[in-house]
Design a protein around this ligand. Structure first.
Ligand code: G1P
Length: 286
């Protein structure tokens, strides 16, 4: 059974400056929850019980967000706002560890920091920039594939060809209904991409990945790339692909983030109809 999730949250979030100058991009709100909370809730729904955050500078707000807020709870109690207390203390029971990645040396290096906590178990990696429609529980499905195959599973989605250089790109083949990864390359130029099938931010990794991460030299962008380690792992054991069913929102860049907020707000019963009216009215004046 997979019980541990690794959440790399050490990125600088430069695309959102100045909003991310002193507070982490993972705390940017989508309606009334920060991005990172969606990732944690998705993992809890998939049966994850332990969380390992790989953090960096200016990430204290993430620790505080998942910590008990005694003072706030007391105040809400006095004000009789019990529904809000429920909203802020739903993570009290979680086991969470925070590990500092001292230098931003890439996703692969961040994952390597989790080794002492993960040890010999398979584990989940969630990149909270990629928000996946909660109606289609990708992680749950991926864990089922892992339980059946006992090898790594990565989430995949077709992206427009002009965007392939923003992602890890794979080639796959179908074997008896299973999607088997044949090759991977991190952020290729469009002309060199073997497909437009991109890795999105959900992985189930076997612990064999660590020995490749330990010995990697920097790849694309001078960083230790998880995709490079997966390419090496592929020589030792199969890697399965999981094609996303639900919609994925790229909240890691400005336009994607704004679209994410609108989509999630349109599903929120508290604001959806008023927001829709506002949008219709606004569009009609263009
Ligand atoms: C990372 C991975 C990349 C993957 C992407 C998914 O890139 O390195 O292979 O396709 O996440 O969001 P990043 O977006 O951190 O640059």
């Amino acid at each position: 059974m997979i019980k541990k999730a690794v959440l790399p949250v050490a990125g600088l979030g430069t695309r959102f400056l100045p909003a991310t100058k002193a507070s982490p991009k993972e705390m940017l709100p989508v309606v009334d929850k920060p991005l990172i909370q969606y990732a944690v809730e998705e993992a809890i729904n998939a049966g994850i019980e332990e969380f390992i955050f790989i953090t960096g500078k200016h990430k204290r707000a993430i620790e505080d967000h998942f910590d008990k807020a005694y003072e706030l709870e007391e105040r809400l109690k006095l004000a009789g706002k019990f529904n809000l207390i429920k909203k802020i203390n739903s993570f009290d029971h979680l086991n969470i560890a925070f590990i500092r990645q001292k230098e931003p040396k890439g996703l692969g290096d961040a994952i390597l920091h989790a080794k002492p906590f993960v040890q010999e178990e398979a584990f989940v990696v969630i990149l909270s920039d990629d928000l996946i429609d909660p109606e289609y529980p990708a992680l749950k499905d991926m864990i089922k594939i892992y339980e059946n195959k006992r090898f790594s599973v990565i989430a995949l989605e077709e992206v427009p060809w002009e965007e392939v250089s923003r992602y890890g790109i794979v080639s796959i083949r179908m074997v008896n209904g299973d999607c088997v990864v044949e090759d991977l390359v991190e952020k290729p130029d469009r002309s060199k991409a073997m497909s437009n099938l991109a890795i999105v931010g959900r992985y189930i990794l076997t612990p064999s990945i660590f020995k490749y991460l330990e010995n990697l030299t920097p790849g694309k962008g001078g960083e230790i790339q998880l995709t490079d380690a997966l390419k090496m792992l592929l020589k030792e054991e199969p890697i399965y692909g999981y094609i996303l069913k639900g919609k994925r929102y790229d909240a890691g860049e400005k336009l994607g983030y704004l679209k994410t907020i609108i989509e999630f707000a349109l599903k929120d019963p508290e604001v959806s109809s008023d927001l829709l009216n506002f949008l219709k009215e606004r569009v009609s004046t263009l």
